[in-house]
Design a protein around this ligand. Structure first.
Ligand SMILES: [Zn+2]
Ligand SMILES: [Zn+2]
Length: 490
């Protein structure tokens, strides 16, 4: 519990109580010693008296000294003992009090899966640094403890709540790691990084997902959306603009090494059934992160994220590009991701290991949605899009029952036929819970009018459902069975 010194006044029994007890005991024993000294000095001052008187007074003083040593010490010892017991009892009561409230608070945070994922530096913390509204002092550990059970008194005199149920989350807070202002409000974060090489369509995917989720899914499911802060609202304005004009942006990689090269788009999702509200962080990670070997930045969100979207540009696969190049528009050829997919996946897996410090076993628990993008181009829809899925389900209705199981099958088959077997093996070895999807974020060649996304929502719905069953229950547009249809059989 609280071991870091806080800018607040400690509870009496853990601070002044000690000192008061110490002083009382010291005082009692000092009086005791003083009396003994007094009788001892009396013995030295008997010179004027006659011998019988000397003997008598000497005896009296010695008896008095013995009485003080025996009885006085006994009484002082008893008083000291009672004092200590009383203090200990009160300390125990206070200790018990804050321990109970601390446990209640901790259980609430852990059971409700509440934590803070800094939107800037991505560092995870259970409780952020709370700021005194009166003097601005930073309380790094605002929890029930020796500074107070339900409230603590800041050095400035302001009383601050120390638990989830009496208003702590309404205080201003900042990230304990980087000091950026937070507006988390003790909500439950759902963190999904979107990864992939340069130009694979990550930003377009986020644009299409955000717009569709916020403007179609949210109103239909009764979700109330609130942007994290003004900066995220500005991101949404850009998203809307891109969506309407059909343009795409490159995720800038800041030159400043101290600035994160992944940008989060963050918004709260509220619903009467959500307690606490959800906080969605979708991370757009610059493609260079996966291709530059000198990339030093640690992508801390991998440590705690509840799902990952890996986007692959099918036209970056040599045999597919070779087959379809003549069907592609010139601007689409220019926009093909250049990096080798196997290199990207290796670099991504290395990053993941580095950040999480996890063994391959542990990594396997994060759900991974592999999304083949740009399927509107060159007629790929007919290979892996909904057209192809529906056709196959009609042809072999016994084997292909579920839409997304069929799409997963078709995507894996498609990659296998295009010499991506080692990539497929890598994915299935590293991620136990993986699923393949196909999508088109823009829906057509870039810069030719408003987005017409297809297949962008299902991968996110699947990840959200894995991350948060309650949210999955409310956002229930598709079913995802768990049946993997083997590609080998054919
Ligand atoms: Zn931070
Ligand atoms: Zn204060």
């Amino acid at each position: 519990m609280a071991t870091i010194p806080q800018p607040a006044k400690k509870s009496y029994f853990f601070d002044k109580g000690y000192r008061d007890l110490g002083n009382t005991i010291k005082g009692a024993w000092a009086r005791n010693t003083n009396s003994i000294k007094k009788y001892a000095s009396n013995l030295g001052g008997l010179g004027d008296h006659g011998l019988p008187m000397k003997l008598f007074l000497g005896l009296v003083n010695i008896l008095a000294m013995i009485a003080v040593v025996v009885c006085g010490s006994a009484i002082t010892a008893i008083i000291t003992f009672i004092n200590i017991v009383v203090l200990l009892v009160f300390m125990a009561i206070v200790y018990l009090g804050f321990t109970i409230i601390w446990i209640v608070d901790r259980l609430y945070l852990v059971r409700k899966k509440i934590f803070t994922a800094c939107h800037e530096c991505k560092e995870k913390s259970l409780i952020p640094t709370y700021i005194c509204p009166k003097c601005g002092a930073k309380h790094t550990n605002l929890i029930p403890g020796v500074y107070g059970i339900l409230k603590r008194t800041c050095n400035c005199g302001e009383k601050l709540p120390t638990a989830f149920f009496n208003g702590r989350k309404n205080l201003e807070a900042e990230c304990p790691n980087c000091g950026h202002r937070l507006t988390d409000r003790e909500s439950r974060p759902i963190c999904i990084p979107i990864v992939g090489g340069r130009s694979v369509g990550k930003t377009a995917f986020i644009t299409a997902f955000s717009k569709e989720f916020i403007e179609s899914i949210a109103p239909a499911k009764g979700f109330d959306i609130e942007f994290y802060n003004d900066k995220k609202e500005d991101i949404y304005k850009e998203i809307t603009q891109d969506y309407l004009s059909g343009s795409t942006r490159m995720t800038d990689r800041p030159q400043d090494v101290n600035v994160a090269s992944s940008v989060s788009f963050s918004f709260f999702v509220k619903h009467p059934k959500f307690s606490p509200e959800r906080l969605v962080h979708v991370y757009d990670i610059a493609g260079e992160v996966f291709t530059d070997n000198n990339e030093n930045e640690v992508q801390k969100q991998y440590e705690y994220c509840q799902g990952i979207v890996l986007i692959i540009d099918p036209f970056a696969i040599p045999s597919i590009r070779y087959k379809y190049e003549e069907l592609l528009a010139p601007e689409d050829i220019a926009g093909i991701g250049k990096a080798d997919i196997n290199e990207i996946i290796n670099s991504f897996l290395n990053k993941l290991r580095e950040v999480t410090g996890l063994s391959d076993n542990k990594m396997a628990t994060v759900p991974l949605a592999v999304v083949i993008s740009k399927i509107d181009s060159a007629g790929l829809e007919q290979d892996i899009g909904s057209m192809a899925v529906n056709k196959l389900m009609k042809t072999d209705p016994e084997k292909f029952v579920d839409f997304f199981d069929t799409q997963d099958y078709l995507c894996r088959k498609f990659l296998k036929e295009n010499n991506m077997e080692s990539f497929l093996n890598n994915i299935s070895i590293q991620f136990k819970n993986n699923r393949f999807f196909a999508c088109s974020a823009i829906g057509h060649t870039r810069d030719k009018g408003q987005y017409k996304p297809e297949g962008v929502l299902p991968p996110m719905e699947w990840l959200f459902r894995n991350a948060d069953p309650k949210m999955g229950q409310l956002w229930h547009d598709n079913t995802f069975s768990k049946k993997t249809i083997s590609v080998e059989e054919n």
